[in-house]
Design a protein around this ligand. Sequence first.
Ligand code: ARG
Length: 458
Amino acid sequence: MAKMWAGRTDGVTEQIADDFNSSIRFDSRMYRQDITGSMAHAAMLGATGILPQKDCDTLIDGLDGILQDLESGKLAFDMSCEDIHMFVEQELTNRLGDVGKKLHTARSRNDQVALDIRMYLREETDTVSSLVKELIRAVTAQAETYKAAIMPGYTHLQRAQPITFGHHLMAYAMMLLRDLDRLADCRHRMNQSPIGCCALAGTTYPTDRRFEAAKLGFDGICLNSMDGVSDRDFCVELLSAFSILMMHLSRFSEEIILWSSWEFKFVELSDAYTTGSSIMPQKKNSDMAELVRGKTGRVYGDLMALLTTLKGLPLAYNKDMQEDKESIFDACDTVEMCLKVFTGMVSTMTANTDRMKKAAQTGFINATDLADYLAKKGLPFRSAYKISGSIVAHCIAEGTVLEDLPLKEYQKFSDLFDEDVYQEISLETCVRKRISEGGTSVASVEAQIAYVKEKIGE
Ligand code: ARG
């Protein structure tokens, strides 16, 4: 069958060329945006007198009928159409005859597709944002539960200083808050309407772009028609925000995997979010966390694919840009699925607070506090640091820990040591006294929780 755009050519193409060119199998998911956009376009054509109002009412009714029939399943996509835009126009013309052919006045598929993706991604951005909020809620609830649970804090994956599990969890809540911020920022630039840019140069019809933009909930319009049809920055920005979000989930996953290992045994994942092995009966694997970590690479790939597609494109529209969709759709699906699974996994995870505490008791993680003890008694910190280091070395040689070293041993290193040293280096004191803003003290963790809750509107 000849194409709708037959004219210059007879519109007859090879099957393999059609298959290669066609995008309906992935862009049909934008049918709602395409039809809503077309209804606004028809309304604008009527309001400006470009088309008789009667025709525009017919077009709007026809489009509404197509939307309803698609939603109810009465109408199926014709996969032989080139894309969703051609499908809707073809169906409209089948239903309305010549009036249907008037819809494409004063627009092009170039501004139409740009409009559809912006509208589609606007919704996806909102969906992802609410899923991130749910995850923040789950993380914060766990932090509340474990705000006083002492565990080792690490640098270089070596035990460093005592912290609470609540404090560790709130670090992720802060990352996720920034992700929310990035999504909102992204949405802000995305929400400018390209419709009316037409093929690239604008149009000779007396259109009202702002009428159409306002009808579709945009904050404004793209101010250069060539930019309007060739801009995919908002896709790249969204993919970047997604990539950073996935990077956070991946780091969190890595920790959950470590913490679930026999070596750590800091957390226990719910059976509902783990799998077994087909051969090793003892296994309880953290597959969900591993998959989230793995799928992070996939989202990075989507970002790289689109950046690479766009880098050499001359203005304005080029068919290369059709490649934006599979990347961005795949990223949306992946991110949404990961967030849902991750939230379930985190909210059902329990901490083994005894194991955490035990791990904190070895590894000399209160050595900084020992140095601070001397420094607070007047010794310059660097000298105090050196003495504490020697005491740690001595304890390692003697097979003991700072808490058990007798006072008279301490006093061999410095006469500033007194009975109060034991109180000062107890893990509880180490945590309780870290009251600096953003520190690990329970009071600080409570303040962080309150801040995050306020930010997500609770
Ligand atoms: N399916 C196309 C895309 O996704 C729609 C725009 C086609 N425009 C054109 N001039 N061929 O980019």
